[in-house]
Design a protein around this ligand. Structure first.
Ligand code: FAD
Length: 546
């Protein structure tokens, strides 16, 4: 197990080990890889880019980058390393779009597989009653969207940003504002093709090789490389009514969110934002939205308070806009937001889903995209969210925030409990019966490797901070990391039962605590599918065996 103290790896552009210090092993590894018959090829030079990711904090230089053209390129490479056994220390990391935060898609002196160069069969879209698309593990979600739209179809569950690969998000979960309705992306997969840590190519579904199927979903790349995924589709809407409203009380805000995710005929997308940065407030959160009542909106003064912005969307086709507007108004009439802060917008489905890309273009133009991103994602049980909000937004983060803070609840099943007494829900007993008889009512399948809090409803809270390079102030990396740590310490001291999403730990004890009762299953899956611990070393869960 490899433990890396944070400070030693911060903001370094160099690999932490000088490759020339191991010349013999390096050259013997290179020559052994050069003997492989491949459709694609290896690069051994100019591979510094593979030691970089979106987090921009961890930099591990690999020995080689594989640009596979076929699944057998991946399989042959892993088989070769597996057969070398103890004579090789090589590890293998699949690199999707490298939007990891702490080097998870890197392999120190190992092999990085550039998944985007994988050329499998073309993306195939199947129409019919249960439509799906067969896509490569290296396909970007934005490309899947454009291809499936040609058939009037689209995936159901998304991430907020679509320039990520299928394999990359399925290794985590893929959670966004549709997850309350459809579950995360990992719950919308019918079939996977996976190359295991022994180099075997295995097709798996919930019935065939089910242990591998569930293991890989949310499995942090530990059990196999996803080379193909069958993703469930639905008829794609054309337009989106996109709405933002503000609250100045967290309890009202979260109560409305919980009401909305639990109501049968609700919005299609539900998220939320915490607005701590008071300066520029009215310019930022509502830009590209129109106030419902401009006069009232102009009178709204935030008074320097922390505000909570509910973000919701309703999909529609242009010929049904009247019905959609009625439905939307009726849903809004039940909410307790500050009435002068209703802001609306109508955009195409593609514009809505690809919204973060616009921010990317903007930030890139200012040189603010490729800077350190000390992001932290937490899953907080519903019954603890008020306690969490009081301490974190009322005490720890009272000054400026260094980036958006997202917060929204999701239900594990279609039936669940809520603080709102106005809606009738089955008892917990009924819920378990439903789960037993109708497993399809469970949106968050608990056989996957994803770890969530024990409660039926939990909040995804994402602190999406950017750190100003070389700043030692409140917008600098060390300050933000210290703030993140304060939040983690609070969660643990207060016994909130929080879980990290896209987890990052430095010791195996912490990993064990993260997985809890699932740790044994995780370890067993590892010894079955990747017994030499060759895969995804950047997650730093297991040590390479040799
Ligand atoms: P990489 O960073 O390349 O890889 C991630 C991990 O998966 C690594 O361990 C890698 O080895 C492994 N891996 C990659 N490809 C494969 C494969 N084919 N088979 C097996 N393992 C593989 N996440 C959400 O859930 N919801 C969001 O709304 C969301 N929004 C985001 C917005 C932005 C701007 C960014 C930067 C990230 C966001 N994320 C979100 C996080 C994102 O889902 C993860 O970081 C994801 O891993 C990125 O995909 P990638 O293709 O860049 O993966």
């Amino acid at each position: 197990f490899c433990s890396m103290p944070d400070k030693a790896n911060l903001c370094s552009n160099q690999s932490s080990v000088n490759p020339s210090a191991v010349p013999y092993k390096r050259s013997s590894n290179i020559s052994s890889l050069e003997t492989l018959q491949l459709d694609g090829y290896f690069s051994f030079d100019h591979i510094d880019y593979a030691a970089k990711d979106f987090g921009n904090r961890y930099h591990f230089l690999p020995l080689a980058v594989l640009h596979p053209k076929s699944v057998s390129d991946i399989s042959n490479t892993i088989k070769h390393i597996f057969k070398m056994g103890s004579t090789s220390k090589l590890t293998v990391a699949a690199r999707g779009h490298s939007h990891s935060l702490q080097g998870q898609a890197q392999a120190h002196q190992g092999i990085v597989i550039n998944m985007e160069s994988l050329q499998g069969p073309e993306m195939q879209i199947h129409t019919g009653e249960l439509p799906y698309v067969d896509a490569s593990g290296g396909d970007l979600w934005i490309n899947i969207l454009h291809e499936t739209l040609k058939y009037g179809l689209a995936p159901k569950s998304w991430t907020d940003y679509l320039h990520l690969t299928v394999g990359g998000t399925l290794s985590n979960a893929g959670i966004s504002g549709q997850a309350f309705k459809h579950g995360p992306q990992i719950n919308n997969i019918y079939q996977l093709e996976v190359v295991t840590g022994k180099g075997e190519v295995v097709t798996c579904t919930e019935k065939q090789n089910a242990e591998l199927f569930y293991g890989v979903l949310g499995g942090l790349g530990q059990f196999g490389i996803i080379t193909r995924a069958r993703i469930s589709l639905e008829p794609a809407p054309k337009m989106v009514k996109w709405i933002r409203v503000l609250y100045d009380e967290f309890s009202k805000f979260s109560s409305d969110q919980e009401r909305l995710i639990s109501s049968k005929d609700s919005f299609d997308y539900i998220e939320g934002l915490v607005i701590i940065n008071r300066t520029g407030l009215l310019n930022n959160w509502r830009s590209s939205f129109n106030p419902k009542d401009p006069l009232q909106a102009s009178r709204f003064i935030s008074e320097g308070k922390t505000l909570y912005c509910l973000e919701i969307a309703k999909y529609f086709s242009p010929d049904e806009s009247d019905i959609m507007n009625q439905k939307t108004e009726s849903l809004l009439s039940e909410l307790s937001y500050i009435s002068s802060t209703l802001f609306l917008s109508e955009v195409s489905y593609v514009e809505f889903l690809d919204r973060v890309h616009l921010s990317e273009i903007n930030l890139r133009s200012k040189g603010l995209w490729e800077i350190p991103h000390p992001w932290m994602n937490l899953l907080i049980p519903r019954t603890k969210i008020i306690e969490f909000a009081q301490e974190v937004f009322g005490n720890i983060l009272t000054g400026n925030s260094n980036g958006p803070i997202l917060i929204y609840p999701v239900n594990k099943s279609k039936y669940s409990h809520t603080r709102n007494k106005t809606i009738n829900f089955p008892s917990i007993f009924e819920y378990y019966i439903i789960k037993l008889i109708f497993p399809s009512h469970c949106r968050w399948n608990n056989r996957t490797s994803l770890i969530t809090p024990d409660e039926e409803t939990f909040y995804q809270v994402a602190f999406l901070s950017s750190a100003m390079p070389s700043s030692t102030g409140r917008d600098g990396l060390f300050h933000i990391l210290a703030q993140n740590q304060r939040i983690l310490d609070f969660c643990s001291k207060a016994g909130l039962g929080a879980k990290q999403y896209m987890p990052h730990y430095s010791t195996q004890e912490e990993w064990q605590a993260h997985f809890g009762l699932q740790w044994e299953v995780f370890v067993k899956r590892k010894s079955t599918y990747d017994p030499m611990a060759i895969l995804a070393p950047g997650q730093r869960i297991f040590r390479r065996k040799y």
